[in-house]
Write a new protein. Structure first.
Ligand code: FAD
Length: 383
């Protein structure tokens, strides 16, 4: 693996870095307090081509490789995880699933709008009663003439109240577990679909998270993505790449922690010298730096495997598990460097810790990733 970035990758990272410095970082604390990112950010992400990264140009995407996608995701995560998540879900989980699994008609209908930011997508897998055990979902789609009627509910859906389309997973057959699940593209304004905002989150407060309640929501049979019974494969393939995107967001958080801790340690004086002179503060900073470097390399490795067409699912779990735990450690260490000032929201590290905390929970908890890695290595499933 060549770790040197190409000119194009360097340029796309520079574009993302400038954009984040100008349009994200200065507003992140205010958006967090207001519990809403400025919605105009979606169109700006689209205009820069970020919402179409890795989507073929013929469908309105900007092409690009997965390492470019990782670099942009890292920069967004460095500025504000709430913004990063908007892209990871709408592009990473929804648009890319449509590109990979959708019919020609579905691609033409949704991809240009999702890539431009005119439309936003959300990913409806988790339910109130099924999180880690996603194959146990109970939302049901029942055939009705040429249509399906979908009834059930989805929990913790990122972009939920903002989205124009839901990539929704529902049971269509009697087959138990994953075999009975199909995927649908459901317009978010479909009659019978209610979206209830989830408030009071520890972190990612700027993000629009929602519960979706579906009461006999009618969609045509052509809204099904991939053949009936293949929905779980759609979900798992989306999440395998999605975990790389979460890992990249975690690298961004960890890098932001390093930047903040180094700057503060160079300014704050105690015992007649800056705290950077105290070796135990240097230990905190070097621990963060090691986590940043390791998480970044693991994440880049996944992008490299995808771009070379190699298997990557286990490496994606490894990267997500490590980077998620590392982001929490880094934010905790950075907060320690800030002392009492880290505990108030005038400084960025408290938000970094709150935002980091979900990274070990969603897109597979750390425990679930340990089981996935263990299964891949031993051939024995603990599920
Ligand atoms: C802010 C936020 C945004 C989210 N966005 C989305 C989204 O856009 N779309 C979506 O579909 N979902 C989304 N989720 C849902 C997320 O993916 C789930 O919360 C996650 O999968 C965990 O499910 P759960 O919360 O039901 O926890 P549970 O599955 O109930 O787990 C609880 C605990 O039990 C442990 N556990 C469970 N099973 C096992 C096992 N077999 N062995 C060992 N330990 C186990 C878990 O690791 C965890 O510690 C989001 C969640 C949050 C918090």
């Amino acid at each position: 693996m060549d770790l040197a970035l190409t000119e194009e990758q360097t340029a796309v990272r520079g574009l993302a870095r400038d954009f984040v410095a100008r349009e994200v970082t200065p507003h992140a604390a205010d958006w967090d307090r207001a519990e809403s990112v400025d919605r105009g950010i979606v169109a700006r992400l689209g205009a820069l081509g970020f919402l179409g990264l890795t989507v073929p140009e013929e469908y309105g995407g900007s092409g690009g490789d997965h390492l470019s996608y990782v670099l942009v995701t890292e920069e967004l995560g460095r500025g504000d995880s709430s913004v990063r998540g908007i892209l990871s879900v709408s592009l990473g989980l929804v648009a890319k699933s449509i590109a990979a699994w959708g019919s020609e008609e579905q691609k033409r209908e949704w991809l240009p709008r999702l890539c431009s930011g005119e439309a936003l997508g959300c990913f409806g897998l988790t339910e109130p009663g099924t999180g880690s055990d996603a194959a146990g979902l109970t939302t049901r789609a029942v055939p009705d003439g040429d249509d399906y009627l979908i009834t059930g509910s989805k929990m913790f859906i990122t972009n939920g109240t903002w989205a124009d389309v839901v990539l929704l997973f529902a049971r269509t057959g009697e087959a138990p577990g994953h075999r009975g699940i199909s995927a649908f593209l459901v317009p978010a304004d479909a009659p019978g679909l209610e979206r209830r905002p989830v408030h009071g989150k520890l972190g990612l407060r700027g993000q629009a998270t929602a519960e979706l309640v579906l009461d006999a929501v009618r969609v045509p049979a052509t809204a099904m993505v991939a053949p009936a019974g293949k929905g779980f494969s759609v979900a798992m393939s989306a999440l395998a790449k999605g975990r790389m995107s979460v890992a990249a967001g975690c690298v961004g958080i960890a890098q932001a922690c390093l930047d903040a801790a180094v700057a503060y340690a160079g300014e704050r004086e105690q015992f007649g010298k800056t705290i950077a002179h105290h070796q135990l503060v240097q230990e905190l900073i070097s621990d963060i730096a090691v986590d940043v470097a390791a998480a970044r390399l693991l994440t880049w490795q996944v992008a490299d495997l995808i771009d070379r067409g190699e298997p990557f699912a286990t490496e994606s779990s490894v990267a997500k598990l490590f980077a998620g735990e590392a982001a929490v450690r880094c934010a905790n260490n950075a907060l320690q460097v800030f002392g009492g000032y880290g505990y108030i929201d005038e400084y960025p590290v408290g938000k970094l810790l709150r935002d980091a905390r979900v990274m070990t929970l969603y897109e597979g908890t750390s425990q679930i990733h340990k089981l996935l890695i263990g299964r891949a290595l031993t051939g024995v499933s603990a599920f």
